[in-house]
Design a protein around this ligand. Structure first.
Ligand SMILES: [Zn+2]
Ligand SMILES: [Zn+2]
Length: 161
């Protein structure tokens, strides 16, 4: 019986996973492939040994982004989940899919040839308000009809009424 250190999954909850070790060398990757794969300016990759990565619900689908690398995602909701080299010993989960992303802070950066020019200014971009702080009705419409899987394990998902 191994100890679950971290858990995570996709937005819809069809794919859930657990990690039996703390990720090592969590890193930001600015490379163009990661930008495309996550639909953002960079990926944050949390590597663990493949023996420590367990899919606990559903199955990860893969896009082979090169002959040596592949990108895991949920085929139901499209959430990017992982990056790995199939021949390699470790697999990287994407930090935003962790239930507790605060527990995997980046320690390094790679792919800097593709880093967006405005990256260094991101923390100075104004804005410190919560989601829809100025539109509580919209916030209620979203939260009362939320289809995102919660940030913890569930017995039955989606819940049956
Ligand atoms: Zn999903
Ligand atoms: Zn990359």
């Amino acid at each position: 019986m191994q100890t679950i250190v971290l858990t995570g999954g996709c937005q819809c909850g069809a794919v859930r996973y657990s990690l039996d070790q703390q990720p090592q060398n969590v890193h930001i990757c600015h490379c163009r492939m990661c930008q495309k794969a996550v639909g953002g300016p960079f990926a944050i990759i949390c590597p663990v040994m493949k023996t420590a990565f367990r899919v606990t619900r559903g199955a990860v689908s893969y896009f082979r982004s090169s002959d040596v690398g592949r990108r895991g995602y949920c085929c139901d909701c499209g959430t990017p989940l992982t990056f790995d080299y199939p021949d390699g010993e470790d697999i990287g989960v994407l930090v935003g899919t962790l239930d507790e992303p605060n527990r995997a802070p980046p320690e390094n950066q790679y792919g800097n040839e593709s880093r967006v020019s405005w990256y260094s200014g991101l923390v100075q971009v104004p804005g410190d308000r919560p989601t829809y702080a100025d539109n509580p009705q919209m916030l209620h419409r979203i939260t009362s009809t939320n289809h995102q899987h919660p940030d913890h394990e569930t017995d039955i998902w989606p819940p049956t009424v």
